[in-house]
Design a protein around this ligand. Structure first.
Ligand code: FE2
Length: 335
């Protein structure tokens, strides 16, 4: 994908200096960290170009022009440590002592009006989590895998789901080719006739929780029966996992097969996330994937690290869940 904006070196330095002014730890006290980032906006310290870039992204989301954007040469921490892949999250707490990447993602969320979302049992409830291979999840369909990911949305089986995902390239392979695929929900709709759409809008389907979720919460085995197609063009779907509920009529299976064909036929966008790239995608109004296209250095590529956030579309979408925030922290939900 073509970046919407590539920061010049001067823009990089200005934004980096601005973000360096945040002296709170997002992993110790997210609310204080978020407030410190809000202060940068309130004190008018954020470089103007970045305010404008974020406002362009918000406008394109609202107008329907695009739900997928790339920014290039975004600020990240000066030191990018390697983590022990037996337990990369704990090792991150020990080794990562600056929070430029986190402050950048928080600022992006605030300037696009999209509050962040966190799950209590995912990275210990952190609002900033990692796409980073953990040994125990090798070959699985989870955030911590070292393998490909089929077309899906994140937390498909979970009742609270992000509207947008942000992925910031902290350390990406220089030569190996790993692509993130994206299909806009409107493109999928084009291939489905009204009768097929109507069937996909019925709660005839189930999605088993992934292994990372099951390991974190043994009660998470399978979603309730759910529709695949929701809202105008949201698809709640994980390829090879989402299937028909036991009591669903035969027509549900037919519609599921048509959706699988549709995914193959639909126009796709693909982006190779480079170090310092930000890729933001709709999580529900589209499907995404990971394709490992050419891997000559599997060990190096296993150390790929994306800092990731989940976000609601806007304050109104977050407020729907006001009753379920944990410990009074807006955006943090249980699992
Ligand atoms: Fe994903």
């Amino acid at each position: 994908m073509k970046p919407l904006h590539e920061l010049s070196d001067d823009e990089y330095d200005d934004l980096f200096d601005c973000l360096s002014g945040v002296d709170k730890d997002p992993y110790v006290d997210y609310l204080a960290f978020s407030a410190a980032v809000r202060d940068l906006i309130d004190r008018d310290e954020v470089p103007k170009f970045f305010v404008q870039v974020c406002s362009k992204i918000s406008d394109e989301r609202v107008s329907g022009e695009s739900d997928a954007h790339v920014l290039r040469n975004c600020p990240i921490d000066r030191e990018i440590p390697l983590f022990d892949q037996d337990d990369p999250v704990t090792d991150k707490y020990n080794k990562k002592k600056t929070f430029i990447g986190e402050a950048f993602l928080e600022l992006f969320g605030q300037l696009t009006g999209a509050p962040l979302l966190a799950y209590s049992t995912r990275n210990n409830g952190d609002f900033f989590h990692d796409v980073y291979a953990a040994n125990q999840y090798n070959g699985t369909q989870t955030q911590k895998t070292d393998s490909e990911l089929y077309f899906h949305n994140d937390r498909t089986a979970h009742p609270v789901r992000a509207d947008f995902l942000a992925l910031l390239g902290m350390r990406c392979p220089e030569f190996d080719l790993v692509f993130t695929g994206y299909i806009d929900g409107r493109e999928l709709l084009k291939h489905l006739n009204p009768a097929q759409q109507a069937t996909l809008r019925e709660p005839y389907f189930v999605t088993p929780f992934d292994r990372y979720s099951r390991d974190s919460n043994r009660g998470q085995v399978q979603s309730e029966a759910h529709a695949i197609l929701e809202n105008d063009h949201s698809f709640r779907y994980y390829d090879t996992r989402t299937t028909t509920a036991p009591e669903a009529p035969d027509g549900a299976k037919d519609a599921l097969i048509v959706l699988k064909d549709t995914i193959v036929r639909s126009a796709k966008q693909r982006h190779r996330i480079l170090t310092k790239d930000l890729l933001v995608l709709a999580n529900q109004d589209g499907l995404h994937s990971r394709d490992m296209v050419e891997i000559n250095d599997p060990q190096g590529t296993r150390q790929r690290w994306l800092l990731k956030t989940y976000a609601f579309r806007d304050d109104r979408a977050a407020a729907v869940h006001d009753a379920v925030w944990l410990d009074g922290v807006r955006g943090r939900v249980g699992d």
